[in-house]
Design a protein around this ligand. Structure first.
Ligand code: HEC
Length: 117
């Protein structure tokens, strides 16, 4: 009798397994999962950073300060991450100042409904 191999199936299950948590994925491009973006702890962390560094120019919420009004609904998390880490024109780059997880948290904050409903 012939033995039917299930190897193909099990290999598929392994590769379809869970990806790394975003915080552990060390190299760019960073990954923003829904779970990450909606994590209240991440929100609080990002909020702290926002009030520490971003309100100087961007104002309290998405309202105009010295910098243009932010329109978070139009941005992807990846776009916000890029602007925050690399800067753009008069927007400073923060990648030398903050750890990646801190930058990701401020992105989650900016993208949150509380920041810009
Ligand atoms: C020194 C003032 C300053 C600070 C501090 C600052 N920004 Fe900015 N930011 C700007 C300016 C000016 C622009 C517009 C750059 C351009 O497009 O010409 C900008 C653009 C952006 C954009 C892109 C907006 C768009 O529509 O293209 C994002 C997102 C952003 N800032 C987020 C942040 C976050 C988050 C922080 C805190 C970590 C921060 N900024 C701190 C001045 C600042």
């Amino acid at each position: 009798m012939k033995i039917v191999s299930i190897l193909g199936v099990s290999a598929l299950l392994v590769t379809a397994g869970f990806g790394l948590p975003a915080a552990l994925a060390d190299e760019a491009p960073v990954e923003f999962t829904e779970a990450y973006l909606n994590d209240p702890k991440i929100f609080e962390q990002g909020k702290e950073l926002w009030f520490e560094q971003c309100t100087h120019c961007h104002g309290y919420k998405a309202y105009p300060g010295k910098a243009p009004k932010l329109k978070p609904r139009r941005y992807t998390p990846a776009f916000v991450y890029k602007r925050v880490s690399k800067g753009f024109k008069k927007m400073p780059a923060w990648e030398e100042v903050y750890e990646k997880d801190e930058l990701m948290a401020v992105v989650a904050y900016v993208k949150s409904k509380k920041f810009s409903p």
